[in-house]
Design a protein around this ligand. Structure first.
Ligand code: IMP
Ligand code: MG
Length: 181
């Protein structure tokens, strides 16, 4: 008979720690963008909670938009990415801040960076709450980083495992359940 043990979640960053980190990132960004009328772009779906806390911590009016990409990690093409939802705002001569939950290989973000550059923005910077140190292969520098973490799988605060755990308020390290016989 098949036995499936439940996933185990190990606490990593509490809601309180996250909100403190988000506030400090927002202050840094606010200082740099005070007079630039920036557009914040949320990378769906994972960035949604970080994006909503971050933009609300900016003490002046900003514009927001959303983008969604899907990356394939199939056997053949590792870097192949599909755009599921494009950005509606006219980005030409605007200062763009792209908001991500986590950077792993960097393929998704690299695709989005190239995509945004075709729309002639005045500038583009990335903010990510988490950066996996070992695997990151992005050529484009990431200006604002919340935490650098080792190569572990994390869930919560927007981050999912197979669609689950996104709405947890804290971030946890996932130890997947045992699917063996
Ligand atoms: P990348 O293209 O390899 O940088 O991966 C980007 C996407 O993979 C992220 O935006 C997440 O959606 C997902 N991802 C990577 N690492 C994790 C993780 O540890 N937990 C949950 N999602 C992750
Ligand atoms: Mg994501």
């Amino acid at each position: 008979m098949n036995k499936k043990n439940s996933d185990i979640l190990h606490p990593r960053f509490s809601q309180e720690e996250i909100l403190k980190k988000v506030d400090s990132l927002a202050s840094e960004i606010a200082k740099d963008y005070k007079k630039l009328n920036p557009v914040f772009i949320c990378v769906l779906k994972g960035g949604v909670y970080f994006f909503s806390d971050l933009t609300r911590a900016i003490p002046f009016s900003v514009e927001i938009d959303f983008v969604q990409a899907r990356s394939y990690s199939g056997t053949v093409s590792t870097g192949k990415i599909d755009l599921l939802k494009d950005i509606n705002t006219d980005l030409s001569d605007r200062h763009i801040i792209l908001v991500e939950d986590i950077l792993d290989t960097g393929f998704t973000l690299q695709y989005l960076v190239r995509h945004i550059f075709t729309r002639n923005p005045a500038s583009l910077e990335i903010v990510t709450l988490l950066l996996k140190e070992r695997k990151n292969i992005l050529e484009f520098p990431v200006k604002y980083v919340g935490w650098r973490i080792p190569d572990e799988f994390v869930v919560g605060y927007g981050l999912d495992f197979d669609g689950k755990y996104r709405n947890l308020p804290d971030i946890h390290v996932l130890e997947p359940g045992d699917f063996s016989v």
